[in-house]
Design a protein around this ligand. Structure first.
Ligand SMILES: [Zn+2]
Length: 310
């Protein structure tokens, strides 16, 4: 599905994956093969999702035309992301962390309004698709573990400016789920209401009381840590999510896989793949909270979050 799609028509949304990504923090884990990422997209589609947010921001090998071709071939609607990750994801000398906030704001706004031009130092750009034809739909901010550095402050400023101009929603990368209230404070002071913000990786700190307090401010809770039992088994996530739903915050939960490494993509020869979420986690979530709550998490909540509100 290509072009502008009303968020209410997206269907079931995986709010966080990556079809293309390159980072010095993930050596050997590049997602850079359009054909293989396209095959993984088909597996995600067959596992019960109609739409997905590609959460790779500027300068990490994002490939807007490649994503558009994957969308067309797989039948998945893909929402592209602009904005930036935390500074550690950029190699030394990369232009993104060095850019002043006004430059970042212009670039983010252009990606949203006119189309995502070639990735800055992002390497191979797919051919054949005019870059301007593919517009981003989400703004990203990345912060470190309990640390918001100078670059993150500039990105917050730039994201807030692009948000004010467009009403596009915001996703925040929280390192291990830390500093969630603090980044909401910072975004709020810059003019981005918590109700427009999705907090990615809150479930890396599976604390239902904390999650409810974030949802009470209006923020969306990004659960995207399934299949990582070296830190928490899925049962911990399911229990935490169930308690959040019981506390009345089910309307703020988003679900994604954030698999993000080639060694974890079936099409690249790894496991468990993007289909794990739909095939293994969602059925258990349905048993835990019921079909209606899962439908809200997969359809209504992402549709509300992804709608541009001026
Ligand atoms: Zn991610």
């Amino acid at each position: 599905m290509l072009g502008d799609v009303p968020a209410g028509d997206l269907g079931r949304v995986d709010y966080h994956e990556h079809f293309f990504q390159r980072s010095p923090l993930l050596p050997g884990e590049d997602l850079d093969d359009e054909e293989l990422s396209g095959r993984e997209a088909v597996l995600l589609r067959r596992s019960g999702f109609e739409a997905v947010v590609d959460a790779t921001p500027l300068g990490l090998g994002r490939d807007a035309p490649g994503v558009a071709r994957i969308s067309r071939a797989s039948g998945l609607a893909v929402v592209l992301t602009t904005g930036a990750h935390r500074s550690a994801h950029y190699p030394p000398g990369h232009p993104v962390p060095a850019a002043p906030s006004a430059v970042l704001a212009r670039r983010f706004t252009t990606d949203l309004v006119e189309g995502a031009a070639e990735d800055l130092h992002g390497g191979a750009q797919g051919a054949g698709e005019p870059a301007g034809a593919v517009r981003a739909g989400v703004l990203k901010v990345g912060i470190d573990y309990w640390r918001i550095d100078g670059f993150a402050h500039r990105v917050v400023e730039a994201v807030a400016a692009a948000h004010e101009r467009t009403g596009a929603p915001v996703v925040v990368h929280l390192e291990h789920g830390s500093a969630a209230h603090e980044v909401l404070d910072l975004l709020g002071a810059a003019g981005v209401a918590p109700a427009r913000v999705a907090l990615a990786h809150v479930d890396r700190n599976p604390d239902p009381g904390l999650h409810v307090s974030l949802a009470e401010r209006g923020a969306y809770l990004g659960y995207d840590g399934a299949a990582r039992h070296r830190t928490h088994p899925d049962s911990v996530l399911l229990d935490c999510l169930s308690r959040v739903v019981e506390a009345g915050a089910g309307a703020r939960v988003l679900l994604g896989g954030d698999v993000a490494r080639r060694s974890r993509y079936v099409a690249y020869g790894g496991m468990p793949g993007l289909a794990y979420l739909g095939e293994r986690f969602v059925p258990r979530l349905q048993l835990a909270v019921g079909a209606a709550a899962v439908d809200a998490v997969l359809r209504d909540n992402p549709a509300r979050w992804l709608t541009w509100v001026r």
